[in-house]
Design a binder for this molecule. Structure first.
Ligand code: FES
Ligand code: FES
Length: 163
């Protein structure tokens, strides 16, 4: 049986791109197989862990469940955005300073979700942080440090230290 393909055009980390994709592919397959981007990784494959998080038009989605064809015309941001020789943003810097990871497998998802949180709530309460990050799981259980990192990132942003 031949695979049905579709050409999609979208913006990926600020650049206009196009790709031919099988219609059953999800966004993780699209990013890995067509663009060599492995920051969003599939773990549970069921929308439960957040390891596959990417931003579509600024909103965090589970790349394991989101069909690649649905990003046609959209703006997609991955953890690799801005990584090419540029400085880390406030959220990435805060995660490092707070030691908010061990193996790092979950970290891209947490960073992207934190960006969305701080875009919507620049001064989040602890409840806000726990609510926004409730869809992201860390098997190393670095949760206390992650919450501390989000608070630190919020402070850095409010102080104008990176986006
Ligand atoms: S791999 Fe997508 S939510 Fe777990
Ligand atoms: S740092 Fe290992 S899963 Fe979160």
């Amino acid at each position: 049986m031949s695979t049905v393909q579709r050409t999609i055009r979208f913006t990926l980390n600020g650049e206009a791109v196009a790709a031919d994709v099988p219609t059953h592919w999800n966004v993780v397959e699209l990013l890995q197989n067509r663009f060599g981007l492995f920051g969003a990784r599939e773990s549970c494959g069921q929308g439960l862990c957040g390891c596959c998080t990417v931003l579509v038009n600024g909103n965090a989605v589970s790349g394991c469940l989101y069909l690649a064809a649905f990003v046609h015309g959209a703006e997609v941001t991955t953890i690799e955005h801005g990584a090419a020789g540029r400085e880390l943003d406030a959220v990435q810097q805060a995660f490092i300073e707070a030691g908010a990871f061990q193996c790092g497998f979950c970290t891209p998802g947490f960073v992207l979700m934190t960006r969305q949180l701080l875009d919507e709530k620049p001064d989040p309460t602890e409840d806000d942080i726990r609510h926004y990050l409730s869809g992201n799981l860390c098997r190393c259980a670095a949760y206390p440090e992650i919450v501390a990192a989000v608070k630190l990132a919020a402070q850095k942003r409010r102080a104008g230290q990176g986006r």
